[in-house]
Write a protein that binds this ligand. Structure first.
Ligand SMILES: O=C(O)[C@@H](O)[C@@H](O)[C@H](O)C(=O)CO
Length: 494
């Protein structure tokens, strides 16, 4: 800290510094500051170090140059060569995805992660999120890494290219150094309830590997400690037709990543499908993937009930308990992978059951709930802007809900023009208005006026930058609640 005091003395009144970001490497030091307009990277060191960065020399402290640098990708790459800020693969029993759609929340996420026995995935965005917000994998990783740097977080973290459907997106994420890939083969999953008998039979009978797999699975008894399953002809045919193309697609994706020769965590997500995953389907998918050499680390199943974005679980809790216990026992006995819970934001009533059933070995993904905390700051600090966003969101909801499963009832949302400023924040606690804001993030963050100027994005960022501590507090409090209910508090001295 003496170093930062020296810096502040050398440049009185010009900058705010982020003390947590300070890293000292031999006789050079690096930290983030703010000149009142933007965050900046400061490098204080000898010429040899400073010349690795693109910045402006603003003075000298002792024999060291002081370089002020923009937070560019190139400067971050230079910093990553000196300080280990690189994402890695998961090395803990429990892992948790802190998806951040705006890119400013990682310092708060990192503050939370430090206090829990969890492997954090700070960079996590789905292809759907990227296309809606106009961000790239590079943006997502850079934002997360700058956030890790700012927070002083010194432990490992990962980067998840979430819900990837096309091979070219895997390539892009891999080129940026992502460490986890969530392949979503839902476009290849057949909803057999929608097939005619003829269609079903032709998909089944005409498939070349059907006979071989029939021999493997039909009539076979799968014995677990507490239960057993035998696959009938009909069950096999239904599971085969439902999942076989998806399994083949997953294999193609895996081979592409494997060929890169870099370590990675591979997740298969079949959560965004119409039909809940049966125990037999779970067994079939795992056995087939394994047989084909796919080393997947996490598997996201579709559980029964409603797993809607941004709100708690809707459904029969007892049924979920039984389901998760069965799936968890299957996964433990088949071994080598964890269950992953998607749409994990705000599923507070489910977490203790999920954590207990999986014996603390799981992955959970959250994302939109962090965006909602950012908009909560807007509702508190700039009520007029909130009203504008809210009214705009109402016009975009029908279009934006298409790739999200929600049962939002817009008629239950109070009229924002009739609410007092201080009441607006309550909308961020009501299920229907939460989903309205949650689902329309892309439209809001990319909306432009007729002159091509951002309608909301810059104003949202400004509110968040001017109220950074409040933003971090909101996100931190909310995420602590998630991790506490998942039973991840550290039991050892920090
Ligand atoms: O909105 C998205 O596309 C993603 O954030 C999610 O589907 C993600 O996989 C998730 O489940 C976060 O709760």
């Amino acid at each position: 800290m003496k170093l930062l005091e020296e810096f502040l003395k050398a440049f009185p009144g010009r900058f705010k510094v982020y003390g947590s970001s300070l890293r000292i490497i031999t006789d050079s030091y690096f930290f983030l500051g703010n000149d009142g307009k933007e965050k900046l990277l400061f490098v204080v060191g000898k010429k040899g170090i400073c010349q690795l960065f693109d910045g402006q020399k603003i003075g000298q402290i002792g024999s060291n140059d002081v370089l002020m640098c923009k937070k560019t990708h190139e400067n971050l790459l230079a910093l990553r060569k000196i300080i280990n800020l690189n994402p890695t693969t998961i090395n803990k029993k429990a892992s948790f995805g802190f998806g951040d759609r705006i890119g400013l929340a990682t310092p708060a996420h990192a503050k939370v992660a430090k206090d829990f026995e969890v492997f954090p995935i700070f960079a996590q965005q789905s292809v759907r999120e990227l296309s809606r917000t106009g961000r790239t994998y590079k943006d997502v990783l850079d934002d997360a890494v700058w956030g890790v740097f700012e927070s002083g977080y010194n432990f490992e973290f990962g980067a998840d290219a979430d819900h990837v459907k096309e091979i070219e997106d895997l390539e892009k994420a891999s080129n940026e150094g992502f460490t986890m890939y969530t392949v979503d083969p839902s476009d290849h999953i057949k909803d057999v309830s929608k097939l005619s008998q003829k269609e079903f039979q032709s998909l089944y009978q005409d498939n070349k590997i059907r006979r071989e797999l029939e021999m493997r699975y039909v009539g076979k008894l799968y014995k677990f400690k507490d239960f057993e399953f035998r696959m009938t002809d009909e069950e096999f045919a239904e599971i085969f037709v439902t999942y076989i193309d998806a399994i083949e697609h997953v294999c193609k994706c895996y081979d592409v990543l494997k060929a890169k020769g870099k370590p990675f965590d591979f997740e298969v997500s079949i959560d965004e499908t119409a039909v809940p995953t049966t125990p037999l389907a779970h067994i079939f998918i795992v056995k087939e993937l394994r047989r084909r050499g796919i080393d997947f680390k996490t598997l996201a199943l579709r559980f029964s009930g409603e797993w809607q974005k941004g709100i708690d679980y809707i459904g029969d809790m007892e049924m979920f308990r039984k389901e998760i216990i069965t799936h968890s026992k299957i996964s433990k006995e088949l071994g080598g992978y964890k269950l992953s819970l998607h749409s994990g934001s705000d599923k507070f009533s489910v977490y203790p059951i999920f954590s207990e059933a999986t014996e603390g070995e799981f992955h959970v993904k959250t994302a939109g709930t962090n965006y909602l905390e950012a908009i909560r700051v807007v509702a508190v600090k700039d009520p007029e802007l909130y009203r504008e966003i809210h009214k705009f969101a109402l016009t975009k909801f029908e279009q934006d809900r298409k790739s999200y499963h929600v049962t939002t009832d817009l008629s239950k949302i109070p009229d924002v023009d009739k609410m007092k400023n201080e009441e607006l924040v309550k909308l961020l606690d009501m299920p229907d208005s939460r989903q309205l804001i949650h689902i329309t993030y892309g439209s809001v963050l990319t909306a432009k006026d007729e002159n091509g100027r951002w309608l909301f994005k810059e104003r949202i960022l400004k509110v968040l930058q001017e109220n950074e501590d409040l933003h971090y507090d909101f996100v931190e409090k909310h995420m602590r609640k998630h991790l506490s209910l998942l039973g991840l508090e550290r039991r050892i001295e920090k």
